[in-house]
Ligand binder design. Structure first.
Ligand SMILES: Cc1cc2nc3c(=O)[nH]c(=O)nc-3n(C[C@H](O)[C@H](O)[C@H](O)COP(=O)(O)OP(=O)(O)OC[C@H]3O[C@@H](n4cnc5c(N)ncnc54)[C@H](O)[C@@H]3O)c2cc1C
Length: 674
């Protein structure tokens, strides 16, 4: 610190030799009093110190505002939880409910419905990627707020002041200096917020109930904001030192050898790297895992360099570092607690969970592995996911996966079932390892059918994380689950959970699952069979769309199915049609298959993709009463379409009149693909 203060003192215009006193200013160099410089320089110093002091107050106001918003959010959440909306009380068909509710209740539903109408669709995809207008609006509000604090409370002016001991040479002092400092201070002040927005063990999630992934977008864009502020701070001072101050080039030459300036250059370089490597383009180029690890290292080095540049503002840097280490520490402790159990020997110890492997070959789209195991711990909530680490592959990586199994409250041991699609990194290695083990313990040739085997893979869990999607689900809301491919893991537990309780006969439930191949249905054949068994009690329709049925067609086979339907389970389910190409026995007992002849299928590019724009409104129109909750997981394109469709289905005005049908909510998991 002494070094920096000395560097700053040497550079600063203050006259230390004739000073009688110095006044400390939090976050800045001490002010030397009385000011014995020329009047212009003294006036400029007044502006600099006043702008800085106000800037420090503003950072306090910004943090107080963040705290205030979180507090209000927490209070609001507390009171909304205390309303008994989540209690599942079965109602008889047609039984009258005290609908409409009070004005206050209707208002509470109508405002969010209005908001969804306008704010749920994606904002500009070209600029922001696949994020809702709500997210972008939050960013705009934050940016607007920071812009105001960047400019207010400053005297704007220009002071021509003589350069000491150099007659006839003058400095031009302007508000550019204090303004550059202000944006620099704001960049420091936002550092802990940026780290909080990136935490998995998130304080923000704890308070708001929003899943940690939903803060990803703000984390990324706040990073861009900090980069912009740091760049403006640097640019401002470069202009001052290389142009407005005299004599040139002596001023910059003396400045850029000072330690605090060297740290400034290092910090700026690290920040530039951080931003460049975080762009979707760079992540695709370098791979997600490299991005993640490089991001941690660069971020810590950047904070260190900021400390080197301006230690006086460490009040913002220290909390950032602490939040990061607390996040890491909690993750480690949670993992350890989950795996510290009774060993087969009867002693207590750490042990990975041995998972049974089922392997599904898919050379075109990436192999799929199903893992099943039991693990002794408390139930998680539907909607949550775990991070899985596979010690036999690498202890340095863990990846998020959603259990498709239903958590059972009150049970000591929980069944975990996962479906993993092989991508290019760790999942590819896991799929290869699983294939080898499954093949070894099976005497089968590999085929596209599931290889049920006595093959095992060790799994270390961390979690659960994410949103408790069914926590506030009212008893009369209708449920529409929409999934694409492995997204089924997110929506199946919703249906399994509901199927395990008594339901109102008026509640409508439906599953739309889009898969590429018919054989993909086997991934979750046991769960579909469970749903089928429970169906007589539920008004459930299960619709499976096979988009690449044509590729499955064996030229010698007489027929192929493009859509498997288990419609309205209150009716008798037809047995599978004899000429269908169902690849699993369990499937044929779970679903009726409507065969379509190859001739009917016609073109090779036949695409049985469902029209969600038709199906969603159709579902809503056929509900008896209550709001509709759409649960969805799938490719980005599907989620973007759904946001627009659900937004268009909301009618705040009708909800205000008591027509809950137009209160349509969308809950989806955030599987960001870069
Ligand atoms: C909340 C959540 C739940 C998920 N549930 C499932 C599931 O049930 N089944 C399933 O098959 N997939 C699921 N995924 C996706 C799965 O996590 C990724 O496919 C997997 O991490 C890819 O690992 P890889 O090393 O092979 O990836 P790579 O081939 O290196 O990268 C592919 C893509 O996977 C994503 N990814 C990679 N590593 C991570 C990571 N550590 N955290 C977040 N995203 C990452 C990135 O978007 C990346 O672009 C889920 C993702 C999230 C965020």
């Amino acid at each position: 610190m002494a070094g920096h203060t000395l560097g700053l003192t040497a550079r600063h215009i203050q006259d230390h030799a004739n000073a009688s006193n110095s006044i400390p200013h939090w976050g800045y160099a001490d002010r030397v009093v009385p000011c014995t410089n020329d009047p212009g320089s003294c006036k400029y110093l007044d502006v600099v110190y006043a702008a800085h002091d106000l800037g420090m107050y503003y950072t306090g106001i910004i943090w107080a505002a963040i705290g205030g918003i979180l507090l209000l959010w927490a209070i609001g959440r507390h009171f909304s939880h205390s309303q008994p909306s989540g209690v599942q009380i079965p109602l008889e068909a047609g039984e009258e409910v005290k609908e409409k509710g009070s004005s206050w209740e209707r208002l509470q539903k109508a405002i969010p419905s209005y908001a969804r109408q306008y704010l749920l669709p994606d904002a500009s995809r070209f600029i922001f990627g696949r994020v809702t207008r709500t997210q972008v609006l939050t960013l705009l509000v934050l940016t607007g707020y920071l812009t105001i604090f960047s400019f207010v409370g400053m005297v704007y002016g220009k002071w021509i002041t003589p350069v000491k001991n150099t007659p006839g040479v003058y400095n031009t002092r302007t508000t550019l200096g204090p303004w550059s400092d202000r944006v620099g201070v704001l960049a420091y002040a936002l550092t802990p917020l940026s780290i909080m927005l990136s935490s998995r063990e998130s304080i923000l999630s704890l308070v708001t109930g929003l899943p940690y992934q939903s803060f990803n977008f703000l984390h990324r864009w706040l990073g861009y904001v900090i980069f912009a502020q740091a760049s403006l701070h640097s640019l401002g001072w470069i202009l001052v030192e290389t142009w407005l101050y005299q004599p040139q080039p002596k001023v910059p030459r003396d400045l850029f050898v000072q330690t605090y300036m060297i740290w400034a250059c290092i910090a700026m370089f690290l920040l530039l790297l951080l931003v460049a490597l975080s762009t979707p383009w760079a992540i695709r180029l370098t791979g997600y895992e490299f991005f993640r690890k490089a991001h941690y290292v660069l971020a810590m080095l950047y904070i260190g360099a900021c400390w080197g540049h301006w230690e006086q503002l460490k009040v913002f840097l220290l909390p950032g570092i602490l939040v990061w280490f607390i996040d890491r520490g909690i993750r480690l402790v949670r993992t350890a607690l989950l795996h510290y159990n009774f060993l087969p020997s009867g002693h207590m110890g750490f042990r990975a969970a041995p998972a049974n492997i089922t392997f599904f070959k898919d050379a075109t789209n990436g192999d799929v592995v199903r893992l099943d195991f039991d693990h002794p711990h408390d139930a998680w909530d539907v909607g949550q996911h775990f991070y899985l680490m596979f010690p036999e592959s690498s202890i340095w990586q863990s990846h998020p996966f959603t259990p498709l199994s239903q958590p059972v409250y009150g049970q000591d041991t929980q069944r975990h079932s996962y479906i993993l699609r092989a991508k290019k990194g760790e999942t590819k290695k896991i799929a290869a390892l699983s294939a080898k083990r499954a093949a070894r313990s099976n005497d089968h040739e590999e085929s596209h059918e599931g290889l049920m085997a006595d093959a095992r893979l060790s799994v270390v869990l961390t979690g659960p994380y994410g949103e408790r999607t069914m926590r506030d689900l009212p008893v009369d809301s209708n449920i529409l689950c929409i999934a694409g491919g492995t997204g089924i893991t997110y929506v199946l537990p919703v249906l399994l959970d509901l199927a395990s309780r008594p339901q109102s006969l008026d509640r409508r439930m439906s599953l739309i699952w889009v898969v590429r191949h018919r054989r993909d249905i086997d991934w979750v054949a046991p769960e579909l069979a469970i749903l089928k068994r429970k169906c007589p009690n539920l008004r459930t329709g299960i619709h499976i769309y096979v988009t690449r049925a044509v590729e499955d067609v064996d030229p010698s086979a007489p027929a192929v199915s493009e859509k498997a339907t288990m419609n309205d389970c209150s009716r008798e389910i037809e047995p599978a049609s004899s000429n269908s190409e169902s690849s699993s026995a369990s499937l044929s007992s779970a679903l009726s298959v409507h065969g379509v002849s190859k001739a009917e299928l016609g073109l090779n590019h036949y695409d049985a993709r469902p029209s969600l724009a038709t199906l969603v409104p159709e579902f809503i129109n056929t509900t008896a009463r209550g709001r509709t909750d759409v649960f969805a997981s799938g490719p980005g394109e599907m989620i973007s379409d759904l946001r627009s469709i659900v937004a268009a289905s909301n009618k705040g005005g009708e909800v205000w009149k008591g027509e809950d049908r137009w209160d349509v909510r969308l809950t989806c998991d955030d599987r960001l693909e870069w």
